[in-house]
Design a protein around this ligand. Structure first.
Ligand code: C5P
Length: 233
């Protein structure tokens, strides 16, 4: 991956208001070039803010995990592309992935597929009526993601090495659940340090609380960027 280390860090703006998000982005300044906006901020007016951030020259990852009939997914994807965001997530169901991949066209928007939510385990899959366990399901959906023509996968760092082996460089790997040594895990169960996640094959790291809640968010971001820069792939 030839991207500068700084552009491989994605900061999750899991915040309750646009005002808070604006303050965080202002504080981080040039230290951060990529932001993830998810359900919470979107429900608080964050969709307009996503467009504003993109206009201001930042890369934006819209984490909306879309899943609906093909026509609806493809129209939503077209609107996301118009907003100027860089990444959009969909659930890794073949029809959904194909609709989004086809609709992104040449817009520059990249579609990322969420294979299986990391809060799920084998028992959850069984309860939902699936016969495969997590490992086989992730592998199957990664294969389907490749076939559908999406650009990348969101996966825990714990799965990154396996997925890298399976899909090689044909799909980007974006991994949350990153914790610098010594920082609180919060509700994340399978965590990895930035250096280890890069070594496992992650292309982009998503980091939220360790930066946003740090006493000095800019210093926290700089330290993670330095760790990415030094990590060996
Ligand atoms: O604060 P923290 O670093 O745990 O934030 C991680 C971000 O990545 C959150 O926005 C969370 O929703 C997201 N995410 C995750 N695990 C996934 C997919 C997304 O933690 N499998």
């Amino acid at each position: 991956m030839s991207l500068p280390a700084r552009d491989r860090l994605i900061v999750a703006l899991d915040l309750a208001s646009v005002a808070e998000a604006e303050r965080t982005v202002l504080r981080l300044g040039e230290a951060v070039s990529f932001y993830k906006i998810g359900y919470e901020l979107v429900m608080a007016g964050g969709l307009g803010f996503a467009g504003d951030l993109a206009q201001a020259g930042k890369n934006v990852f819209l984490d909306l995990k879309l899943h609906d009939i093909g026509n609806t997914v493809s129209r939503a994807t077209e609107r996301a592309a118009e907003l100027g965001v860089k990444f959009l997530t969909v659930h890794a169901f073949p029809q959904t992935m194909k609709a989004a991949a086809d609709a992104r066209g040449k817009s520059g928007l990249k579609i990322l597929a969420v294979t299986v939510l990391t809060s799920w385990d084998d028992a959850d899959l069984k309860e939902a009526g699936y016969s495969l366990g997590i490992k086989d399901m992730v592998a199957k959906r990664a294969e389907q993601a490749k076939a559908a023509g999406v650009d990348g996968l969101v996966a825990s760092a714990a799965e990154a090495a396996m997925l890298k082996k399976q899909v090689g460089n044909s799909l980007l790997l974006v991994t949350p659940g990153i914790r610098p040594a010594g920082s609180a895990a919060g509700d994340q169960k399978r965590i990895m340090t930035p250096a280890k996640a890069i070594a496992a094959g992650a292309d982009y790291l998503v980091v939220g609380r360790p930066i946003v809640d740090a006493p000095d968010p800019k210093a926290a971001a700089d330290a993670i960027v330095a760790e990415i820069a030094q990590a060996k792939k």
